[in-house]
Write a protein of this length. Structure first.
Lengths: 257, 176
């Protein structure tokens, strides 16, 4: 009889009761001959039951009033404050931020090169990614216009990478200011509410710079340079998500140039 | 709108359970669920109509939780398990099961975040491997390997079967 060898995935599948009946029988037969594997499976089933029992009381609790969905929907219908107030608050924030920016040289050395690029990207992520009103200025539908705008202002051809292959949708972009001049900012989302931004601007030094990670209190990113154009991808995701995505961007931009 | 209510509302207890299992503190967990529900209501129209509401909601919640846990780590905020486990989970009828429960929580805390979420989604939430992969935006093969490692590690920590781990007190937190 030829049978697919039993692997660890089969044992996990048995524990989670996800195996088809025929496969399940094969795994059971295997366990009859392998008492130590049978013990491990039994312990894993025990763990599953312990974990379920430990957290079951939470789901049985009455849902607190503030998590009442009808209330949340109702609260969204009534905006908390008029738009002009939000704008005024934004302006104050901007002034405060500019004051802080003026102080930066006193406090810390001015970053240069890739480090400066990474800092600009993180700052722009912090400002635009949480924005509900207008996260991007030009929507994804104007992709060509966006590429044209960036290319004109960055004075070199700049592409807008398509990351739909990695599961990320282009939301759009905008031109932003950095201490080194204009930069293009693109924003992507994963359809589940997680946003990423990518900042692109010409570097003073031509050529390539290797990819390196950077983090702030609320975000992390990867920055690199390719043919004199600097890139930094920033998000609040795990490095295990960001790194492959940054690689995908680098591949996409290498192709488009 | 009624469609949204009908699909989201029954999932709230499970969302609370997952948030509580990740964050432990009941207030923080419910804050997170509230944030998640607000986003879900605001973005309901952006969701793919044929997509599964459960994986969509869990993904939103998970992403918010990861962001918050990272901020917590950076700020160095820390909640002693001794003060919280029993009170928060309201399970401790006998001394014996109380200790067992504490060991379980401690072992769970000792798992890397990426293994912990896989283990919780599969075992406690009863989600399929494919759904879990979808929520965490990782391949199914990665779900399987993290699940296997998480289970072995939990058992090792709880039963003290690893020679390197003392049987009775595998309770010290590791500083990464």
């Amino acid at each position: 009889m030829t049978m697919r060898p039993i692997g660890d995935d089969d044992l996990q599948g048995l524990v989670d009761e996800r195996l088809e009946a025929s496969r399940r029988r094969e795994v059971e037969t295997y366990l009859d001959d392998h008492p130590e594997a049978r013990m491990r499976v039994a312990r894993m089933v025990g763990l599953r039951e312990e974990m379920r029992a430990a957290f079951a009381p939470v789901a049985a609790e009455p849902v607190p009033a503030r998590l009442n969905l009808a209330r949340i929907v109702e609260a969204r219908r009534r905006p908390a404050r008029p738009a002009w107030q939000a704008m005024a608050a934004g302006l104050l924030l901007l002034i405060g931020g500019a004051g802080g920016w003026g102080l930066r040289e006193v406090v810390s050395p001015v970053p240069t090169g890739i480090e400066a690029l990474a800092q600009s990207a993180s700052m722009n992520y912090a400002v635009y990614a949480p924005d509900h009103t207008r996260p991007v200025e030009l929507a994804a539908a104007n992709r060509d216009e966006l590429a044209g705008w960036f290319s004109a202002r960055l004075k070199r051809p700049v592409g807008v990478p398509d990351l739909s292959g990695s599961g990320y949708r282009l939301m759009g972009g905008r031109l932003v200011a950095t201490p080194q001049g204009p930069a293009g900012l693109l924003m992507y989302d994963d359809g589940h509410g997680a946003r990423f931004v990518m900042l692109m601007r010409p570097m003073h030094v031509p050529g390539d710079a290797p990819m390196r990670p950077h983090t702030t209190e609320t975000s992390s990113g990867y920055a690199w340079a390719q043919d004199g154009l600097g890139y930094s991808l920033v998000g609040a995701a795990d490095d295990s998500v960001l790194h492959p995505l940054a690689d995908a961007v680098r591949r996409a931009t290498a192709k488009s140039l | 709108m009624t469609d949204m209510m009908r699909l989201i509302e029954p999932l709230i207890p499970a969302l609370r359970r997952y948030a509580r299992a990740l964050l432990r503190n009941p207030t923080d967990a419910d804050d997170l669920v509230q944030d998640c529900l607000e986003r879900a209501v605001g973005r309901w129209h952006q969701r793919q109509a044929d997509g599964d509401a459960r994986t969509w909601l869990f993904a939103i919640l998970h992403n918010l939780a990861v962001t918050q846990m990272r901020q917590r780590v950076r700020r160095g905020a820390h909640m002693p398990i001794e003060d919280t486990a029993e009170a928060n989970l309201a399970v401790a009828p006998t001394q014996e099961s109380g200790l067992r429960h504490r060991d379980l929580m401690t072992a769970l805390d000792a798992l890397p975040e990426e293994q912990r979420s896989v283990l919780l989604l599969v075992t406690v939430e009863g989600l399929s491997y494919a759904e879990t992969a979808d929520i965490l935006a990782i391949p199914t093969g990665t779900v399987m390997s993290r699940l296997s490692r998480a289970r072995d590690r939990m058992i090792q920590l709880m039963d003290g079967t690893d020679a390197a781990v003392p049987a009775k007190r595998p309770l010290l937190r590791r500083v990464k």
